[in-house]
Design a protein around this ligand. Structure first.
Ligand code: COA
Length: 267
């Protein structure tokens, strides 16, 4: 059974915090760029409807610049639709945030079934991007045909790299933490929320794509029990050259599996 979106009170309360959580909330988190200061009450919780804009904004701000062509930098809403609309609108139950008193300082979102995400994006996100591009004029500064071709090339390369993972690692995630809130265990807490959710939804494995030159993110995923599955060259719409990527994977065991003694190997 898929967990329903929780638009109510945070699920992680004082009494349920573990050591890592206490470490994450143990100091003032400050994000100088976003001007956000999260107090020591920063917690991970399910996304609420009111988190949508913060999650979209943070995801665009933390994206690698090569993922966003220069001609689209003045159209963050367009970019956010492409990057996050599926996650915030179609599968909000798989979205978790770390939030302090002053707002969201980190997010994890993803899909329990990447195949379902792909179908939804093709049917709902892509047509919306074309229409919005025409309506906002983004299509004139960024030739739409060129953009769509670049997007399709990227999609094909990523899909080819992920071939064979549909059964073993059908879920995927994206995680991001404000610069000023890093190194306090926030990312770890967010990923563990998603891992638990995906396992309980029945996904046998999860994957995440990381730019090969992003050393901190590579170490981060390795530390969370992920290991390198394969490498591929991604086509980013804002980069003339292919971008080397690493696909990380982790096998999952649900609580039901644990109770039944099925302890699927990690990795
Ligand atoms: C990757 C990212 C999510 C890590 O978030 P974070 O909250 O700083 O990570 P945590 O504090 O939970 O770190 C957990 C572990 O990851 C590793 N790690 C995290 N940041 C690291 C860094 N800069 N260098 C080396 N190891 C690092 C450490 O092993 C750490 O454990 P430790 O503190 O016990 O040593 C964050 O740096 C980020 O948002 N980066 C930009 C977006 C991105 O690259 N996302 C990943 C691709 S989807």
């Amino acid at each position: 059974m898929m967990e329903k979106p929780d638009f109510g009170a945070p699920k992680v309360g004082r009494g349920t915090r573990n050591a890592a959580e206490r470490r994450a909330v143990g100091g003032t988190l400050h994000d100088p760029k976003a001007g956000a200061t999260a107090t020591p009450t920063a917690l991970t919780r399910s996304c609420r409807r009111t988190d949508r804009e913060s999650v979209r904004g943070l995801a665009v701000r933390l994206a690698d610049p090569r993922a966003i062509p220069a001609c689209l930098r003045d159209h963050p809403e367009w970019v956010a639709d492409g990057m996050t609309r599926y996650y915030t609108d179609a599968e909000p139950e798989s979205c978790f945030v770390a939030a302090g008193d002053s707002g969201v300082v980190g997010y994890v979102f993803g899909a329990v079934s990447t195949a379902r995400r792909d179908r939804w994006v093709a049917a709902r996100v892509l047509p919306g991007l074309v229409l919005r591009g025409l309506a906002t004029g983004a299509g004139f500064r960024c030739p739409l045909g060129q953009m769509l071709r670049a997007g399709l090339r990227g999609w094909r390369r990523a899909s080819a790299a992920k071939r064979g993972l549909r059964r073993s690692h059908p879920a995927h995630l994206h995680v991001g933490v404000c610069e000023g809130a890093r190194g306090r265990g926030v990312g770890r807490l967010l990923v563990s929320r998603f891992v638990e959710h995906a396992a309980n939804a029945g996904a046998p494995g999860i994957h995440a794509s990381v730019i090969a030159s992003n050393g901190p993110a590579r170490r981060f995923f390795e530390q969370q029990g992920f290991h390198e599955l394969r490498r591929y060259a991604a086509a980013f719409p804002g980069s003339p050259d292919p971008v080397p990527m690493i696909l990380f994977g982790r096998r999952l065991t649900s609580k039901q599996d644990e109770r039944a003694g099925r302890t699927g190997a990690l990795g």
